[in-house]
Design a protein around this ligand. Structure first.
Ligand code: HSE
Length: 436
């Protein structure tokens, strides 16, 4: 008879219901694969009246989280309520009581990861978080285990399914940003507070987790430059397309000399880039390591079942550890990658830029703009004036060579004060594969 492992679930929302269903409906299959019986012993939520497509036996449900946290029979607590508090208190309480914890809470790990990982180490318990990044993609396991022999130089992620879905819908169906956001909400992809998705915070939480695992460096949220997609317009999507690019919401961590760049922003990618065809709610994480070279992890990054798949994988891993009598089989890597001395300030980042100027169509305008860019050491790679006969304001689109962010900001401040510039200039960074 296989050992019984009791699981307590706090949070019976979209993902929680998916996890409960998998544990209840796939119990036998999971037992065969894991070598232990995964028993859902208690589910806690404030409200069980909302329909979730799954009915739980009343003896399983409670509205009191301490009925989970203080139950001596429960060995694994699954936290799926999200947000900072009371999730942090619940996780710390579970660890203090010697329970293992599985969470999908990327915001909490990004903000309080150090305290939580230290508490788990003190308790000699697992704190597992596969569902925190990339939904159903086993990227956490890949980074912590599969790629342990590598020094990474690049992590590029499309890690916010909602943003990717919105930009894809805007491009393919020519929807406005707001129409596409409504669709994302309708499908249940967006966070309860969708500004976390569209302003880049959710991706920035996930990037902090990837950076910790990939480079051994804990990055504070204020140190990640994060821009969302809400300022991306239909016009920029179309012009980028005409120039051979798509616009993707990227989370970037990469080494440049002795520094690490960590940033989140909409980015132009050549249509030939490996990440360019990651569309809709799909996520993908591109990694380059010194031994494996390039790798691409691709899958559904949001939605009930993909996230539940990762939560159950964590539960299975912990259950195997318990059954095998080993705790913390994979401790957290706390060793910063050799050679990285500091984070690079955003002003020192160098990329090629897409720029769209909205200007009055009259002689001398291009020369004035080019002059300001030149004085700020920004070299123009190509210029495209988009004829719009009906209006006196025309878009001028430029691609630059590599330029320093601080120079671009200064130049655009000057340009946007010129009388013939009729709207704030749009500047979007590009990302090209490393030349090697
Ligand atoms: N809101 C998140 C996303 C869900 O859009 O990717 C998964 O973390």
């Amino acid at each position: 008879m296989n050992q019984k492992i009791n699981i307590g679930l706090i949070g019976f929302g979209t993902v929680g219901a998916g996890v409960a269903r998998a544990l209840l409906e796939k119990g036998r299959l999971l037992e065969e694969r894991v070598g232990a019986r995964l028993v859902l012993r208690r589910v806690c939520d404030k409200d069980f009246r909302r329909r979730r497509g799954l009915r739980l036996a009343p003896r399983l449900t409670t509205s009191d989280p301490f009925k989970v946290l203080r139950d001596p029979e429960i060995q694994i607590v699954v936290e799926l309520i999200g947000g900072l508090q009371p999730a942090k208190t619940f996780i710390l309480e579970a660890l203090r009581r010697g329970k293992h914890v599985v969470t999908a809470n990327k915001a909490l790990l990004a903000h309080e990861g150090q305290a939580l990982f230290a508490a788990a180490a003190r308790a000699n318990a697992n704190l597992s978080f596969e569902a925190s990044v990339g939904g159903g993609i086993p990227i956490i396991k890949a980074l912590r285990e599969g790629l342990i022999a590598n020094e990474l130089d690049t992590i590029l992620g499309i890690v916010n399914g909602t943003s990717n879905y919105i930009l894809t819908q805007m491009k393919e169906k020519r929807l406005s940003f707001h129409e596409a956001l409504l669709e994302a909400k309708h499908h249940g992809y967006a966070e309860r507070n969708p500004s976390l998705d569209i302003e880049g915070n959710d991706a920035s939480h996930k990037l902090a987790i990837l950076t910790l695992l990939g480079f051994g460096i804990p990055v504070r949220q204020p140190d990640i430059h994060a821009e969302g997609i809400s300022k991306i317009s239909q016009a920029d999507i179309q012009y980028a397309d005409e120039l051979g690019y798509c616009i993707k919401p990227l989370a970037i961590a990469k080494r440049e000399d002795h520094e690490l760049e960590v940033r989140v922003h909409p980015t132009l990618l050549a249509k030939t880039h490996l990440l360019a065809n990651v569309n809709g709610v799909y996520n993908a994480i591109y990694i380059h390591g010194d031994m494996v070279g390039a790798q691409l992890f691709y899958g559904r990054g949001a939605g009930q079942n993909p996230a539940a798949s990762s939560v159950v994988a964590d539960i299975a891993d912990v259950a195997r550890d318990i059954a095998g009598g080993v705790n913390r089989r994979v401790p957290l890597n706390r060793h910063p990658a050799p050679g990285i001395q500091r984070l690079r300030r955003i002003g020192n980042v160098e990329t090629r830029y897409y720029m769209r100027f909205m200007v009055t169509d009259k002689p001398g305008v291009l020369a004035r703009i080019a002059g300001v860019l030149g004085r700020h050491h920004i070299s123009i790679a190509s210029v495209h004036q988009k004829e719009r006969r009906a209006a006196r304001i025309v878009p001028v689109v430029m691609m630059t060579h590599e330029a320093k962010e601080a120079d671009v900001r200064c130049a655009l401040q000057v340009i946007d004060r010129l009388g013939f510039v009729r709207q704030p200039t749009v500047a979007i960074r590009t990302e090209a594969p490393r030349a090697k």
